[in-house]
Write a new protein. Structure first.
Ligand SMILES: Nc1ncnc2c1ncn2[C@@H]1O[C@H](COP(=O)(O)OP(=O)(O)OP(=O)(O)O)[C@@H](O)[C@H]1O
Ligand SMILES: [Mg+2]
Lengths: 217, 302
């Protein structure tokens, strides 16, 4: 369960990215986040993940008020969340396998089981044959899938994807959406942001529309 | 708890593997550090080994009585009996000119020196150990002995022993100072090594933080790296001094034998070795911790 309670986010320099937002996302729900560039989609997702902190208001994630946590506690909140970053954040100095292994290392997963988990995640996104490849040799779509594998390998209860279908052709984007739907179907809370609403409308899910940090009509 | 230990062991092992695989350049800087550390360590061992002996030298001064070169056996016998009858003399040992020359040859590897010389240029000598330790009385005795027939001079050995003692004290202070300075160098060098590593792993650190790595998790490999670096530097320094001591000891032993003394440089006791490794390890971790605190703060997210 994710709940925003009159949340305002002002970046240093006075830029108000979110203005007094309140909403809730149920556990196991699949929600889309729409809005033009600069509307505040990434900011909203970062607040859920505890990567940025609200200037005022309360952000509740899995029953914890992130605004009240000490900074040193935020990493442990992130460990229960899967994140697909808008700018991917792939480590290009190591093969696909090691990129997907990273979250398991962080939570201290047993090494032998970890390798199985990594292969299962790569299999899920259709990259099993590329585990030894270097990320630079992957296509844009494959890199996106790598990010998804890394986001789900530790089986988080919440999956946040920031524009996962950007720059992909429609067929490929639909594939990716199907992938997220399959995580939703096993009970994961999924939040996906995108510019383009046409993809979302086919799914008949709730769409949170943002404009300049507020709900759009 | 078990899990926690497992993670630490894993980190420690990975850090060691990494340190052993690191580029030649960084190993070279480690070696340089070890050589630098070997210096105060060798001084420390030198001081520790000789201190007791030098102290004894000062406490039991000796007077060397050098005879005239022209002294005959009869003159020697006369001096000998007069020394034996002197109540202020505790014991006497005699070093003949032939023994002195042989010793010189042996010490300096000048075999055949005696054959090349027409006559032995060294004097016969008596080494007198006085009963008293009091400087004033010693001086009187020295004067008295130098007045014996056919005695060229009477040298009071305590003066150089005192100088030697003073020198050892000086070296001891130098050791402390050098040890402190190189401890600081160890902190600074590891600080720099770890700083470079953090900068080199910037992307990995950023991504790790983003997906839930705590500061402790991120710091851990760097701290272990530093710990190993400190311990390895200490161990190499220990090896170097061990080698130095082994090479120097024959010469030291021979030198001591000239004075009929037993002297040898010792190596570190197991306790001292452990204490030193603990110190180098902790100092290196301190450097790493400072670097990590400073540079990790600069990497988002906070
Ligand atoms: N780190 C930051 N510092 C200052 N301002 C920021 C920062 N990040 C975002 N902003 C500002 O906050 C507003 C919302 O940005 P955000 O990245 O959330 O938008 P977005 O909806 O994700 O846009 P896009 O579709 O282009 O990714 C923008 O005006 C942006 O300039
Ligand atoms: Mg964005």
């Amino acid at each position: 369960m994710i709940q925003f309670d009159q949340v305002t986010k002002r970046y240093p320099g006075g830029n108000e990215a979110l203005k007094n937002l309140s909403f809730a996302i149920d556990s196991g729900e699949m929600v889309f986040l729409a809005g033009h560039s600069g509307a505040g989609k990434s900011t909203l997702l970062k607040l859920i993940a505890g990567i940025e902190r609200a200037t005022s208001g309360g952000v509740l994630v899995n029953g914890q008020n992130l605004s009240k946590l000490r900074p040193s506690q935020l990493p442990y909140v992130r460990q229960h969340i899967g994140l697909v970053f808008q700018d991917h954040k792939i480590l290009f100095d190591r093969p696909v396998f090691d990129n997907v292994m990273l979250p398991l290392n962080i939570i201290g997963f047993d090494r032998r089981d970890a390798a199985k988990r990594v292969r299962a995640a790569l299999d899920k996104v259709g990259l099993l044959g590329k585990e030894k490849s270097m990320p630079i040799h992957l296509s844009g779509g494959e890199q996106q899938r790598l990010c998804i594998a890394r986001a789900v390998v530790h089986r988080p209860s919440i999956l946040l994807a920031d524009e996962p279908s950007a720059n992909l052709d429609r067929a490929y984007a639909l594939d990716i959406m199907e992938l997220f739907k399959s995580f939703h179907q096993v009970g994961v809370t999924v939040v996906i942001s995108a510019h383009d609403e046409t993809l979302m409308e086919d799914y008949g899910r709730r769409i949170i529309r943002l404009r300049e940090g507020q709900f759009a009509a | 708890m078990k899990h926690f230990l497992y993670l630490h062991l894993l980190s420690a092992r990975q850090a060691l593997v990494k340190i052993l695989r690191q580029p030649f350049g960084s190993l070279l800087s480690l070696l340089m550090l070890s050589v630098a550390l070997a210096l105060p360590l060798a001084l420390y061992l030198g001081v520790e080994s000789t201190q007791a002996w030098v102290g004894k030298l000062t406490a039991t001064p000796q007077i060397s009585l050098f005879m005239e070169l022209s002294a005959e056996d009869a003159d020697l016998a006369a001096v000998k009996s007069s020394l034996a009858g002197n109540p202020k003399v505790k014991s006497v040992s005699f070093v003949s000119k032939a023994e002195a020359l042989a010793g010189l040859e042996k010490r300096n590897g000048l075999d055949g020196l005696a054959a090349d010389l027409d006559s032995n240029p060294l004097p016969d000598a008596f080494v007198v150990t006085p009963v008293t330790l009091e400087p004033g009385e010693l001086e009187m005795l020295q004067k008295e002995l130098s007045g014996l027939p056919m005695v060229e001079s009477a040298q009071f050995d305590a003066s150089w022993a005192k100088r030697l003692y003073g020198m050892v004290e000086l070296v001891r202070h130098l050791t402390l100072f050098l040890g402190a300075a190189l401890g600081l160098a160890l902190v600074l060098v590891t600080h720099n090594t770890i700083r470079m590593q953090i900068l080199a792993h910037r992307d990995e650190i950023e991504v790790s933080k983003l997906i839930g790595a705590s500061d402790n998790f991120i710091r851990r490999p760097f701290l272990y790296h530093a710990l190993w670096q400190g311990i390895l530097a200490g161990l190499i320094a220990w090896g170097l001094t061990g080698w130095l001591v082994a090479t120097a000891n024959p010469a030291v032993r021979e030198f001591a034998q000239l004075y009929n003394e037993q002297l040898e440089l010792r190596t570190l006791t197991p306790f001292e070795l452990l204490a030193m490794l603990a110190a180098t390890g902790v100092l290196a971790m301190l450097g790493a911790r400072l670097a990590a605190n400073h540079h990790l703060r600069q990497i988002e997210p906070h």
